[in-house]
Design a protein around this ligand. Structure first.
Ligand code: C5P
Length: 204
């Protein structure tokens, strides 16, 4: 009831993507964890508190959409036990048993009628080549259509910043988008994704 485990993320990138999608004319649903940003008046917003709740909401919404963008920094593990009373401090160290959360974007991409699925990869690579390698491995393993990678070890971009610089990676190519505001970046990403969606729909 008092403590929790979470990931470092402000939600700014996801909320900016929602605005860009709405501006582009898409009927948009935002599934949001607890953040300090006012919701868009133009998108339906579903609030969730845990990775489990986000999984349930995402699987429901994803069965009926063309595009799924997984931008949330979902926790990979949750405590095995949820306590009713506050956990008191006793010894100088303690261990908490964690169990793995289901990977939402992997499960959405595996749906029989899966939407065009876009993942994010926040990495702390030694080089840009290394960033691409790490993200490409994720693109393939999670069977995504596109992955957007960013280097979160650069302080001026990424976590809690209004700016970001990303590497956009699909199965054939990659493209660097230099540092810009999350608002502008989101518009560029939505344009790129809609072009890819059109090509995919034509091929079907
Ligand atoms: O494997 P990693 O967590 O680094 O992958 C990041 C991508 O996976 C992001 O798109 C994130 O939203 C998604 N993810 C997810 N469910 C989780 C963990 C991550 O959908 N439980």
């Amino acid at each position: 009831p008092v403590r929790y485990i979470s990931n470092n993320s402000s939600g700014k990138m996801g909320y900016a993507l929602v605005e860009a999608a709405v501006e582009a004319g898409a009927e948009t649903v935002l599934i949001s964890g607890p953040v300090n940003i006012s919701p868009s008046k133009r998108a339906k917003t579903i609030y969730v508190k845990s990775a489990k709740e986000m999984h349930v909401a995402a699987m429901k919404e994803a069965t009926d959409c063309q595009l799924f963008i997984a931008c949330a920094a979902v926790a990979d593990y949750r405590p095995k036990q949820k306590l009713k009373q506050k956990l008191k401090k006793t010894d100088t160290s303690m261990n908490i048993d964690l169990i793995k959360n289901s990977d939402i974007v992997t499960d959405v991409a595996a749906l029989s009628n899966s939407p065009f699925t876009v993942g994010f990869a926040a990495e702390t690579p030694e080089t840009t080549d290394c960033l691409e390698k790490l993200a490409r491995e994720k693109l393939q393993r999670k069977k995504l259509d596109l992955i957007i990678a960013n280097d979160v070890s650069i302080p001026a971009i990424g976590f809690d910043s209004d700016y970001n610089a990303v590497l956009v990676i699909d199965h054939d190519s990659s493209e660097m988008i230099a540092k810009t505001s999350k608002t502008i970046l989101s518009r560029q990403l939505i344009v790129k994704i809609s072009q890819m969606l059109k090509i995919k729909n034509k091929a079907l």
